[in-house]
Write a new protein. Structure first.
Length: 158
C-alpha cells in the first residue's frame, strides 16, 4: 500500500530495519528478564539466610546457677524479638528471621546468636527457659514453630 508524500507522489511505507527489530527484542527481553532476575535474587537471598543461620552444635546446658548469682547487681541486656523476650548479662546479640518453607516463602523462624552471654533467659508462650552456655562461649537460640532450642556455637561477633 502506498502512502502519499507532501508532494503528492506515492511512496512506500517505511520498512522496519534491523535496529527496530533489535530494539523490540531488547525491550521484550528486559520485560521478561528484570522480573526473572528479581525472583532469582529473592530466592538466592533466602537460600543464603537458610545456610548462614543454620547453626549446628551441642545443645546449651540448662542453667545450674541462679540468675542473681551470675548477674549480681548488673542490669541485663533485654530485648524482644520474634515473639520472645530475651535477657543476657554479657556480650552482644545478633538476630535474624530465617525463611522456613519452600521455594519463596513469607513464613519464617527466628534465630538469635549471642557472644559470650554466660546465661540466657528466654520467655515465650508464658514460660521462661534459662540456658547457661558459660563464659566465653557463643550460643544460638532459635524459635521455630513454637519450639525453643539453644545450641553452643555461632559465627556472630556481636
Amino acid at each position: 500500500m502506498a502512502v502519499a508524500s507532501i508532494f503528492g507522489a506515492p511512496r512506500k511505507p517505511p520498512r522496519r530495519g534491523a535496529t527496530a527489530a533489535l530494539s523490540i527484542v531488547t525491550v521484550l527481553a528486559l520485560a521478561a528478564g528484570i522480573p526473572a532476575w528479581a525472583v532469582f535474587a529473592l530466592w538466592a537471598h533466602q537460600q543464603e539466610l537458610r545456610r548462614d543461620w543454620d547453626i549446628k552444635g551441642p545443645p546449651c546446658p540448662p542453667a545450674r546457677d541462679s540468675w542473681q548469682s551470675i548477674v549480681l547487681k548488673r542490669e541485663p541486656h533485654t530485648f524482644k524479638y520474634g515473639g520472645a523476650d530475651f535477657a543476657h548479662p554479657f556480650g552482644g546479640a545478633d538476630c535474624s528471621s530465617v525463611p522456613d518453607g519452600g521455594f519463596i516463602t513469607r513464613k519464617a523462624y527466628y534465630v538469635c546468636q549471642f557472644t559470650g552471654p554466660i546465661m540466657i533467659a528466654v520467655a515465650t508462650g508464658g514460660r521462661t527457659v534459662l540456658y547457661e552456655p558459660g563464659p566465653g562461649r557463643r550460643a544460638t537460640v532459635s524459635l521455630r514453630r513454637g519450639r525453643l532450642a539453644c545450641v553452643l556455637g555461632g559465627w556472630s561477633t556481636g
